[in-house]
Structure formats: C-alpha cells, structure tokens
Ligand binder design. Structure first.
Ligand code: NAD
Length: 488
C-alpha cells in the first residue's frame, strides 16, 4: 500500500510556497498495475499557470543574487533529503508509474545525484577576463541566469526528469515553473515538499499539475517573463513547443524521443552483451528514451545471443511492483495496444517471436518479447525498426556487412542513444564514433550519468542535461568591453 499520508495532492498546485487547489478541480491518478485509484490531484488551469509565473518572477532577483555557495548548500540538502526519503519516493514512483521497486529505487538515486552534482557546480562561477588583442580594452565575460524557466516533464521518470532540470536551473540562479505529466504528478508534489524542507525559498520552484498541458504551457510560452523552456517528452510535442517558442524567441532545450540501435559484433563477450541488453531494453519495461529499440547482431552469433537473451527474458517476473516484480506494466491500456500493434504487424510481415514471458491478466501488462526479423529488415522498410517501441520488445536483425549495418543503424531520424558490444575495444569505439547518437554505451547497457552530457542528435533534441553543460543551458553569456584608462 502506497503511503500518501501528508502528501495532500488535492492541494498539489504549489505557488510561492503555498499549497493550493487547482482552478479546474481535481483529476484522478491510477495505479497502472491494477487500475486502482491512487489519488485525486489538484488540476491547475491557465490562471494557476500565470500565478506560478508571478511567483517565479518575484523570486528571481533575490535568488540570482544569492551567493553561489548558499545555493549550493541548499541543493546539497535536497540531495540528502532525497536519500533520506528514498524508500518513500520509490514507493510513490512505483505506484503511479508502475515500474518495479528496484527500478524506482534506482531512479531516486539517479535523481538525487543531480542535486549533488549541481550543488558542486553551483559554487563554481564561469566567465573570463582578458585584454583585447588590439589593446586599450579589457573583455569581461560572465554567465547570467537566463530567467524564469518553464520545465515540462514526462511520466516515465517522474523524479529524475524533474531533478535533471530543477537542479541545474537553481544552480544557475534561475527560478522555475514545473508541469509534471498528468499520469505521475505525485512524485513531483513530494519533491516540492523536500525542496521547501531543504530551504529553497518560496517562489523559486512552483508546480502546476494539470490535465490541460497545452493550455498551461502555452500560457507560459506567451508570457514575456518566461525566458526558457526545457522540455522532455515526445518529438511530436517537442516540435509543437519549438514552434510556440519561436514566436517569442524563447531559449529552448529539448530532450525528445529515441530509437537506440544495440550492435553486437561477432567477437563480443555475449554474456556481457546480454547483461547489457537486459538493462538497455527492460529497465522500466522498455519505457525509457534511451531504451535499446533494435538489436543488430552479427550473423555468426545471432542464434546464441537470441537464446541467451530469450532465457533471461523468460525468467523475468512481470507483475505489480508490490509483488516484488522485475518488470511492471506499461503506463496505459493505449500503450499496450500500440506496442501490441507494432509486434502483430511485424509478425504479419515475416518476423517470428522467439521468446516471451508470462504476464498477469489484469493491469496494463505487455509480455517481454524477443522477435527475429528477416535479414532484409531495415529502418525504411520495417515499421518496428523505425518506430520508438516504448515497451519490453526486442526486435533482432542479423548482419554480416558492417557498413550496411551502420547505414541502417543511422537511418532513423532519431539519434539519442546507441550501444555497441565488441571484443576489440578499438573496433567498439570506431563503431561508436560512426553511430549518429548523442550517447553511446560501449560495452555498457547504461549511459545515464549526472556528470555526463545527456542528450540527442537529429530529432532527438537540442541541448544537453547533466554535466557542466547542463547548467549552461540555463545561462546566457554577457560580455563587458571595458575601456582601459592607460590604453594598454
Ligand atoms: P509527451 O510528449 O506526450 O508528454 C511529455 C510532457 O509534455 C508531459 O508533461 C505532457 O503533459 C506534456 N504535453 C503533452 N502535450 C502537450 C502540449 N500540446 N503542449 C505542452 N505540453 C504537452 O511524452 P510522454 O508520452 O509523456 O513521454 C514519452 C516520450 O518522452 C518518449 O518519446 C520518450 O522517448 C521521451 N523521453 C525523452 C527523454 C530524453 O531525455 N530525451 C527522457 C524521457 C522520455
């Protein structure tokens, strides 16, 4: 049973440190593993959205003038409180998102680490000073917080996606308005309580859960006080928001969809490759933007790889997190239909299912599945290779010619993550450098790391999160050209 005591989601709109009801009443959040009702949550409207900007705009000047060391210490306290409350937060994530408790705990640690990382970065000011080459002037370059930032996050990592934006924004000196996904607002509400407990001043982080994402986010993007949009979600919504942002030239960072190839060469350590594949494919039930979406396995090892992966997949315990499962449900009935449709059409076009895990009959479960595709399958001709599956399905294609395989691996318009397993590290790195993706797991099935730049190429996005560059997404550069009195 999920512990919602003290969460008070009916007053889940948070503005200037005050918990409020939503202008549109309440909406329901359900457990996708059972369909059980979890909570009624405040449904924010456009007026709430604008009130949130009022609060963030009022808090901006004092926050940006707060010394970096002080901001750093507040962020460090958030990290400590998230670690203290890790079990409770993991329980909330598992309840509203459906992922296993092990995955949920992993997410809390990952999310907390963004506060630790950006606490360290907040204390380090950027900028430079130097004489201009012609003499007579000095050039001072500084990094300033961009202003009020609108943050929009998806349901698949309710804590981590919020943390990956809030922590660098606050480290840079920005104030924020946050809109979580309507499927998973509870974790965000809990996080806001922890931010307040850590000493984040009122108004620095404001929260608007809503069932009208377009209305709330459009209100933010139309408001001249909002200077930044940082979005994580689908490429389709990212395109919409970029169009809106263009109207006011709002600074935009976009973390969008993925379609990661997972390449296995003939000399790869297959046991290690399968370990990596299990993480890259099945973490969060395959509902990760970095999820391995298509497996390109050398012809010489494809039978063995498929057998090893299939054995591991069939042993997965699929069920509600509360039952100690390895893998939970998909987020909705619609998602089950979408994933099922992709698999059914692939099979109708010549693919064959090699392995499947059993699933409970209730809840939004889809069976972990491995399927082999004909050798001729390619991104342009095969729907399941060209589509972000977002479910626990591993399509496997055999290859013999490395150049042809790489051409197909790069044929997607998405380029977020990719994985390569090869025995020869130089070859693995060479293949990695040929892959058109922002993040490459080399003999690893996990690329997410708060100290490394997370983000995609092509239609997978613009900008990076994490690392120093993640903070720079929330700053803009200003330079002062200073007349130097003695002319030198
Ligand atoms: P989504 O685009 O439907 O929703 C993301 C967010 O946008 C939610 O908060 C939603 O309420 C909001 N939204 C929806 N329509 C909107 C509109 N018209 N105007 C403004 N906001 C709107 O995506 P999703 O289904 O929640 O998440 C899955 C997608 O997110 C996948 O494509 C996945 O790859 C991507 N994702 C990317 C990353 C990354 O870092 N690149 C991380 C996680 C998820």
């Amino acid at each position: 049973m999920t512990d919602l005591s003290g969460l008070n989601p009916e007053r889940g709109v948070v503005i200037a440190g005050r918990r409020r009801k939503g202008g549109s009443g309440l909406f329901d959040v359900d457990d996708p593993a059972t369909g059980a009702h979890l909570a009624a949550v405040a449904d924010g409207d456009r007026r709430d959205a604008l009130a949130a900007v009022d609060a963030a705009a009022a808090a901006f000047d004092p926050w940006r003038r707060t010394p970096g060391r002080t901001r750093s210490e507040v962020l460090r306290r958030v990290f400590e409180l998230m670690v203290r409350d890790a079990d409770r937060l993991a329980g909330l994530i598992a309840a509203e998102n459906g992922k296993s408790l092990a995955d949920a705990r992993g997410e809390v640690v990952y999310a907390a680490e963004f506060f630790r990382w950006f606490a360290e970065e907040a204390a380090r000011s950027g900028g430079s000073y130097g004489p201009s080459p012609a003499g007579g002037t000095r050039t001072l370059v500084t990094e300033r917080p961009v202003g009020v930032a609108a943050l929009v996050t998806p349901w698949n990592f309710p804590a981590a996606m919020a943390a990956r934006k809030i922590a660098p924004a606050l480290a840079a000196g920005c104030t924020v308005v946050l809109k979580p996904a309507a499927e998973t607002p509870l974790t965000a509400i809990a996080l806001l309580d922890l931010l307040a407990e850590a000493g984040v001043p009122d108004g620095v982080v404001n929260l608007v859960p809503t069932t009208d994402p377009a209305g709330v986010v459009e209100a933010w993007l139309a408001d001249p006080r909002v200077r930044k949009i940082s979005f994580t979600g689908s490429t389709r919504v990212g395109q919409l928001l970029l169009r809106r942002a263009a109207d006011r030239i709002v600074n935009a960072s976009m973390e969008l969809g993925g379609n990661a190839p997972f390449v296995v060469t003939e000399d790869a350590d297959l046991e290690a490759a399968v370990d990596g594949a299990m993480v890259a494919k099945f973490r969060g039930g395959g509902q990760a933007c970095t999820a391995a979406n298509r497996f390109y396995v050398h012809q010489e090892v494809v039978e063995r790889f498929t057998a090893l992966l299939g054995a591991r997949l069939e042993a997965l315990a699929v069920g509600p997190a509360s039952a100690g499962s390895d893998i939970g449900p998909l987020i909705s009935a619609k998602a089950v239909g979408t994933v099922g449709g992709l698999v059914d059409r692939a099979v109708a076009a010549g693919a064959w299912i090699t392995h499947r895990a059993p699933v409970p009959s209730d809840g939004y479960f889809y069976p972990p599945t491995a399927l082999r595709l004909p050798d001729s399958a390619s991104v342009p001709t095969t729907e399941i290779l060209g589509t972000e599956i977002f479910g626990p399905v591993a399509p496997i294609v055999a290859w013999t010619d490395e150049d042809a395989m790489l051409r197909d691996a790069n044929a997607s318009e998405l380029g977020l993550a990719a994985y390569v397993y090869a025995g020869d590290l130089a070859r693995a790195v060479r293949i990695g450098e040929e892959l058109e993706a922002g993040m490459i797991g080399v003999n690893r099935g996990l690329v997410s790391d708060p100290s490394a730049p997370f983000g995609g190429m092509k239609q997978s996005g613009i900008g990076r999160e994490g690392a120093r560059v993640g903070l720079e997404e929330f700053t803009e550069t200003q330079y002062l050209s200073v007349d130097w009195p003695n002319g030198r």
